[in-house]
Design a protein around this ligand. Structure first.
Ligand code: COA
Length: 210
């Protein structure tokens, strides 16, 4: 069996127990993390995460997210995963220590806010910053996006002042190719192209944001 096919098969059969026992498909596994689809039980973790001022500062110009916006985010991830086979996946530690959260500690994956570009984004609970976890997730998602999904190009839109995020984009091999504007804010458009070869197309997996 080819490596790509084996990886896809493994991705389909791996499952992790999310909090409160929900069986949630794991899409990507790294040394310390799983990137998995969302369960309704993740809602309270997501509300906590998106309530952090240090996150709101970069994701919503410092304005707290309304509960309806958080619910819409969760619904959108579930729907995108169903329609396209990918989304901004929930991040969970594989082996949390006693001091670490057992549930969702962030999210990382693909979205269509900058369509037609496919955008890879990352967000991590501030208590977990500085351990290289966001880079680990972003690197694995990029690799999965190229080698398993088959995107031809992946971008990351980063605000110029967001130095931590810019560093991640650089570490995973993205380079600045222009700018994109979203909600009136100019973002640096970091981009990486698929070095190939492209995997065979899979039913149910979209390779674009069209
Ligand atoms: C962006 C985010 C995920 C980074 O998390 P993190 O845990 O710091 O990420 P990592 O540890 O993997 O890597 C951060 C890198 O930035 C570097 N860094 C940290 N502070 C820095 C600073 N003030 N100036 C320059 N580089 C800095 C770190 O040294 C590290 O690089 P290194 O591995 O070369 O040392 C996190 O800050 C976050 O969730 N921010 C809020 C949401 C957000 O901005 N999302 C991205 C939207 S584009």
């Amino acid at each position: 069996m080819r490596a790509n096919a084996r990886r896809r098969l493994c991705a389909r059969v791996r499952y992790a127990l999310a909090r409160k026992g929900a069986a949630t498909p794991v899409v990507v596994t790294t040394e310390r993390l799983v990137l998995r689809t969302w369960a309704p039980e993740d809602r309270s973790d997501l509300i906590g995460l998106l309530g952090e001022p240090e996150i709101v500062r970069w994701l919503n110009v410092g304005v707290p997210f309304a509960t309806e916006e958080i619910d819409a985010f969760l619904d959108r991830q579930t729907e995108t995963a169903r329609l396209r086979g990918w989304c901004r996946w929930a991040l969970q530690l594989r082996e949390p220590s006693q001091d670490d959260p057992a549930g969702v500690v962030g999210f990382c994956g693909f979205g269509c806010a900058f369509a037609p570009d496919v955008e890879l984004g990352w967000t991590l609970a501030p208590a977990m910053w500085g351990r290289g976890l966001a880079t680990e997730a972003a690197e694995a998602a990029l690799d999965y996006g190229f080698r398993t999904i088959g995107f031809t190009e992946i971008i990351s839109a980063v605000l110029p002042d967001n130095v931590r995020s810019r560093r991640i984009a650089e570490k995973i091999g993205e380079v600045v190719r222009g700018t994109v504007t979203h909600d009136g804010l100019r973002h640096l458009r970091y981009a990486a192209e698929n070095p190939g070869p492209l995997p065979l197309p899979e039913p149910g997996i979209r390779r674009d944001c069209l």
